[in-house]
Design a protein around this ligand. Sequence first.
Ligand code: HEM
Length: 376
Amino acid sequence: MASTAPRLARLGSLLARQAAPASLLQQQFRTFSDKAAAEAARATPEAAKAESDSWGKVRAFQVVLFGGLTGGLLYGYSLFTSQVPQTGPIAGVAAVPPPAPKTSTPGDYPAVRSSIAALLDSPDWDDGSYGPLLVRLAWHSAGTYDKATGTGGSNGATMRFSPECEWGANAGLAAARKLLEPVKAEHPWISYADLWTLAGVVAIEEMGGPTIPWRAGRVDHPDGQKIVPDGRLPDASQGAKHLRSIFHRMGFEDRDIVALSGAHTLGRCHTDRSGFSGPWTNAPTTFSNLYFQELLNNKWRKKKWDGPLQYEDAKTGTLMMLPSDLALLGDRTFKKWVSLYAKDQDAFFKDFSVAFGKLLELGVPFPEEQQQPATA
Ligand code: HEM
């Protein structure tokens, strides 16, 4: 009995700690311990002394226990008063805040360029690079511009919102926007509008193309209120008249239309996006004048298939042209530029660089001091 009482007291405290809430625990613990101590004291003087020592330890333990509990409660309160997620797997639960993500210094565009360049190569994507997809994103973000009203263009990055993100012409570009999210997280100070256009520029340069003049200054619109009417991007099933009406509306000339179309040296068509299928060249991740050479030097025949009208090269049937591409051969003025670019890559690079740089700036209200195009 003399040695079992203190043991009981300790066991009681342990059980109470695990099962009872703080205030109840304290009360029960004290009652149980007091009874056990009195019982032990009645037994023998040695047992009473042993019990008194043990009681002192229990008291010390109580101080530590309740001190810890109070500290824990205060810490818990501090977490709950910080942000608690309202949705997702840990909704309503305050978590220890994650370490701040690594971010770059505002204005460090070389760092943004490096991040974009680092994600281009991807063996699992199409022909091994996201480059062509990013060029298309940049072009479609800007190609909505209308010179007469000053509406549309890359400023605002309105493709983040419905209905622009759902336009048929933009099918497949969600993958490009998603791809760039980690870059935005790493450089949160850059606007989406600047990021998307810079991604197109970096992709062209990384794939061996010319340097494109680019400067920062686009801002993101907070919502889709400034989205322009659908139908401003070109329709691949149409001809020269349509191309002129689309590109002249942006302020481009015939020569620019041909130079810009040279971007189809990159990438391919996808049945699940545009409905068309296949690449224009056999080197779709290298920027070159190959598109013009293929266009000019091949015999093109209608592809026999269930899909929309498109053309294939008569020799191999592996390359494709859209009706809008062949329109560049059927129009005398357009064909003049096709012929020049097919034999003179430098001329193509020079003209493409100017036209693509201009496209990405259409409608962008740069601050006065930045009026001169620059390469960041
Ligand atoms: C001239 C009028 C144009 C028409 C009708 C047109 C049409 C198309 C179509 C139908 C596709 C296939 C989309 C898919 O299925 O994934 C495509 C892809 C592409 N376009 Fe154009 N485009 C035009 C001009 C341009 C311009 C001006 C550029 C850039 C300067 C450009 C860059 C690209 C690129 C890089 C791809 C490949 C995308 C990929 O591989 O994912 N296009 N275009």
